[in-house]
Design a protein around this ligand. Structure first.
Ligand code: SF4
Length: 271
């Protein structure tokens, strides 16, 4: 139902929503607000106050749907594969964060079955991934393949992606703002695929997806609810290459995932 906003606020709000759309963000969480007044919108984005003063006394009717309910480009896709293609097109030759000019060779979007029941999400592409345009293809990728094989499934059965899609220089840990800028596209990939379970590989993936700052020891061993999908956390394969003793612990995490997916648990673990 149309509500009343002053024109200046409506303009500022429209600009703000357009800005988020350009970043790939389409989902807005609206708190229930009895009356959508200028003040209540400012509670959502306090910085709009500066853009609004002096306030116009004239008020215009505004339909909230007009501002907030914008279908994502992939909304009309017939199937997950088409939706993923549309998200990739929307991402384009992305320059949304500084990583685009810090030596990346290409964007590493994600790979695998668009209808996968299981998704693995790592941190960022490394040198091999940057070179080949596919996540987890280097030594850590070989180990991830072994982990997947140990679960009795194939790499082609799952979908693999990273929190960010461009290689950070020197393989440094991605900055928080890089994760925040890039991850809306990953969220859309997850929504398009609709997996039964997600495995976050390493602390950066876990912290970004769950918005919780905790050590790996706390993240592991239980399920989280990620927007209605079950999410488990285990060690990043690159960490396991440095500390192979943790493979045993990783196998425990993967067994938990296998049980959830109804997969038979073989005696042999990750090698
Ligand atoms: S990391 Fe993501 S947001 Fe940054 S430039 Fe690459 S694709 Fe764009």
């Amino acid at each position: 139902m149309p509500r009343t906003l002053d024109p200046q606020l409506k303009r500022a709000l429209t600009e703000r929503v357009r800005y988020y759309r350009e970043l790939g963000i389409y989902d807005f969480y609206q708190r229930p607000i009895a009356e959508a007044t200028a003040n209540s919108v400012q509670e959502l984005w306090p910085e709009l106050r500066d853009e609004m003063t002096p306030r116009s006394k004239a008020a215009v009717a505004v339909d909230e749907d007009e501002l907030f309910v914008v279908p994502k480009p992939e909304a009309g896709a017939g199937d997950p594969a088409a939706a993923l293609r549309m998200i990739r097109e929307d991402l384009g030759d992305c320059t949304r964060c500084p990583l685009h000019k810090q030596g990346r060779k290409q964007i590493v979007f994600g790979v695998g079955n668009p209808r996968a029941e299981l998704m693995f999400i790592g941190e960022a592409p490394g040198a091999d991934e940057d070179q080949q345009g596919e996540p987890f293809v280097g030594r850590a990728g070989q180990l991830l393949n072994n982990m997947i094989k140990a679960m009795g499934i194939r790499r082609e059965d799952v979908y693999i992606a990273n929190i960010i899609k461009c290689r950070p220089p020197g393989n440094r840990t991605p900055e928080r703002d890089e994760c925040e800028t890039c991850s809306p596209f990953l969220m859309r990939q997850i929504a398009a695929i609709g997996p039964k379970a997600i495995v976050a590989l390493g602390a950066v993936a876990a912290k970004t997806l769950l918005a919780i700052n905790a050590p790996m020891s706390e993240f592991r061993g239980h399920w989280y609810d990620f927007r209605g999908t079950k999410l488990a956390v285990t060690y990043h394969p690159a960490f396991l290459l440095r500390d192979p003793r943790q493979k045993k612990e990783t196998w425990k995490d993967l067994q938990m995932v296998m049980k959830e997916l109804g997969l038979a648990v073989p005696a042999k673990g990750v090698e």
